[in-house]
Design a protein around this ligand. Structure first.
Ligand code: AMP
Length: 575
């Protein structure tokens, strides 16, 4: 077996192993189809065996005194942790995680792993770095280099063919925003060729996704109290807490992609012999209110880092998102407000540090590192909403983004919208791609009507976009609380609209031209003759579509339609 060098992200919550295969960084899938391994170690008293990763996580609730998590926080300290009767140094515990990663990883890749690059936070001092090297040595590894996590992330993005959060500036500065489970770090790096200097690094070692979970747990406990009268808020029951933590984490992850999360848990605990259930629906909006102050604290640190580096937000050429909690839409939104540009990630934020560490290995050994090929959305996708409704023209022009630019595909995201008045009978759904807040400046991809069932004003319509590698956007619309669902597929390359519901059977297929054309034909500031002509041509076009006329006829009708629509628009605006 040949020897390979791997990159290791030895994280507080999770760890990950990656390697360069044919010059391309790749994560090593170790557990249950995932490259992400919980940084948890447990001692099985009966056998004396050390258990690491997901299995150790599963033991946490039952064997809390034999299990340790977040050992990274103790690196560099002269201390010991107890697992049952045994006592271990932080280096020893970390060495168990490293051993597990390389042993399991070697079995997957079929090569021995003896030499590794390990990442550490930029703020780690000398003692903490030495402690990390020692952990590697205890695991029988040669630590060829220790690199800073933000540096690793930046190395990866240098070899990535996307433009995430880029600014039109020649500045060599990048900002790495790393929000994990238990810690938050922000670093600003200056890139001078191969040298990356850390200009500023700050954070909060007790702020992360775990705190988001805690807010949700408190909400659940309040809900249980209101529903059942039982108050568990001061309860020290670890089993209840770890059950609610798992529910909270799942709800939080759901809310990153959808506007609502339904929670339905039977017997989270037992009281007076009766099961206590947890049954509620949570909206993203409610959740965001719960975590708003926590996210705001991270933004204060970002501003602190900018100040420390003597830079303005505009001087940052690129923003890199690292850590699972950066999938939270509110985090991305707040960063966008601060930096006034779209921010997203294209490489999985859980993997990019380990992948970057494997790139570092390539630089050490002189192996050429190829670009990472990732399929990302080239533009944001979203729909027109009436946030900027103009009563004079009856026009709404606000572009509401559902899928952000540079998001890895396939991707599925949902948002909620609200009706404007009682018994609103339909929504004209218009799908756009682009980056402007104004739909007029973006490209229209397709449009179709969505009939609504009678409901009071403010009724919710959940819109889900799923975008796949074939360039198809599958849209599902659901009027919440009413039995009214519609599925539509748009082909982004051809602007073809396919409606998969009763409208297809009735042959009522429209495409964006029809929708736009009908609106134009109603404009009172355009000459009546042109409006009539347009209406007639639209009818002819729809009839041709419905009767599946030959392509030539449809093409020629489309051409005439486009011309007439342009003319009418010019005439209406007096040009
Ligand atoms: P890390 O320490 O980088 O592995 O990040 C772990 C944290 O990311 C945990 O708090 C997870 O609950 C959180 N996380 C993972 N996936 C998501 C998601 N889709 N949305 C929000 N938080 C997430």
């Amino acid at each position: 077996m040949s020897d390979v060098i791997c990159g290791i992200d030895l994280g507080t919550t999770n760890s990950c192993l990656a390697l360069l295969r044919d010059g391309r960084p790749e994560p090593v899938i170790i557990e249950e189809g995932s490259a992400i391994v919980p940084s948890i170690v447990s001692l099985d008293d009966a056998t004396g065996r050390i258990i690491v990763g997901r299995q150790a996580l599963n033991r946490f609730a039952a064997f809390p005194h034999h299990t340790v998590r977040s050992i990274k926080r103790l690196m560099g300290k002269e201390t010991h942790v107890k697992l049952g009767d045994r006592s271990y140094s932080p280096e020893e515990i970390s060495s168990f995680i490293l051993s597990y990663l390389v042993t399991a990883g070697a079995a997957v890749i079929g090569s021995e792993i003896r030499r590794v690059v390990i990442t550490v936070p930029a703020y780690f001092n000398e003692a903490q770095r030495r402690s990390t090297i020692k952990a590697g040595e205890l695991a029988g590894l040669e630590v060829v280099r220790i690199i800073n996590e933000p540096t690793a992330a930046s190395l990866l993005y240098e070899n990535c063919e996307d433009e995430g959060g880029e600014n039109e500036t020649n500045s060599p500065c990048i900002l790495v925003y790393d929000l994990g489970g238990g810690t938050f770090d922000v670093s600003i790096l200056e890139v001078k060729g191969e040298i990356k200097e850390v200009l500023a690094s700050c954070g909060d070692s007790a702020l992360g996704g775990d705190d988001f979970d805690e807010r949700l747990i408190a909400h659940f406990l309040r809900h249980i109290r209101e529903q059942s009268g039982y108050d568990f808020s001061d309860d020290q029951d670890r089993a209840l807490h770890s059950r609610l933590k798992a529910v909270a984490e799942q709800a939080k992850i759901t809310l990153s992609d959808a506007p609502y999360a339904r929670i339905s848990e039977v017997a989270v605990t037992v009281m007076n012999g009766e099961p206590v259930n947890l049954e509620l629906e949570l909206s993203r909006r409610e959740y965001e209110e719960m975590i708003d102050d926590l996210v705001a604290r991270t933004m204060e640190k970002v501003e602190e880092a900018l100040k420390e580096a003597h830079l303005e937000a505009d001087d940052i050429a690129r923003i890199i998102l690292v850590g699972g909690s950066t999938r939270t839409p509110l985090v991305q939104e707040r960063l966008e407000q601060l930096f006034e540009r779209t921010v997203s990630f294209s490489v999985d934020p859980d993997l990019c540090v380990a992948l970057g560490a494997s790139v570092q290995h390539g630089l050490i050994t002189g192996e050429s590192v190829g670009h990472i090929l990732i399929d990302v959305t080239a533009h944001s996708l979203g729909m027109k909403t009436n946030d900027s409704f103009d009563p004079e023209t009856g026009d709404a022009d606000y572009f509401s983004r559902i899928i952000r630019r540079n998001t890895a595909i396939p991707v599925r995201k949902a948002e909620v919208y609200y009706t404007n008045y009682d018994n609103q009978d339909r929504v004209e759904v218009e799908v756009f791609q682009g980056e402007s807040e104004s739909c007029r400046e973006n490209a229209l991809i397709g449009a179709f009507p969505y009939p609504l069932k009678p409901a009071p004003s403010g009724a919710s319509v959940v819109v889900e976009f799923a975008y796949d590698k074939e360039g198809l956007i599958h849209i599902i619309l659901e009027q919440k609380g009413y039995d009214n669902r519609k599925e539509v597929t748009l082909d982004i390359r051809t602007n073809q609209v396919t409606v998969r519901d009763e409208a297809v059977a009735e042959g009522k297929i429209t495409n964006y031209m029809v929708s736009k054309g009908r609106k134009l034909a109603q404009r009172s500031d355009a000459p009546q003759k042109m409006r009539d002509e347009l209406s007639a041509l639209l009818d002819e076009y729809v009839a041709a579509l419905e009767s599946n006329d030959d392509e030539e006829t449809i093409d020629s009708l489309e051409e005439r339609l486009l011309e007439l629509m342009d003319e009418l628009e010019d005439a209406a605006t007096g040009e």
